[in-house]
Write a new protein. Structure first.
Length: 112
């Protein structure tokens, strides 16, 4: 089993987030739906077998359950969550076994 490094994952996710901001013509700090962001993570369908949406959700859950990290560029992340299924939400189970839905993420300076 590969160990999880939340700083590396958050950094990679922030880079994909920045690319999505440009492509979607959104302002820095805007929330981006995680299902939309996944399409930027794995743009070609042939690679979705190697890193499917369930694996992405598992990594997001591990990041969500850790204390937020501040990236080298001074930004941190914030998830949009709900206990009810939002459109295009990603279902996770927290460390207490409660079902939760993550639907978006944003990256901004740590002052949020």
């Amino acid at each position: 089993k590969e160990s999880f490094n939340e700083t590396n994952f958050a950094t990679e996710l922030s880079q994909i987030y920045d690319l999505a901001l440009l492509k979607l013509n959104k302002k820095p700090g805007s929330e981006i739906n995680l299902s939309v962001l996944y399409k930027f993570v794995v743009p070609m369908s042939r690679f979705k077998k190697e890193y499917n949406l369930q694996s992405f959700a598992f990594d997001l859950a591990r990041l969500f359950m850790k204390d937020p990290v501040t990236l080298k560029d001074g930004r941190s992340y914030k998830f949009g969550t709900s206990h009810q299924m939002p459109k295009n939400g990603i279902r996770i189970t927290d460390n207490r076994g409660n079902e939760l839905f993550l639907f978006s993420i944003s990256f901004a300076n740590t002052s949020f």
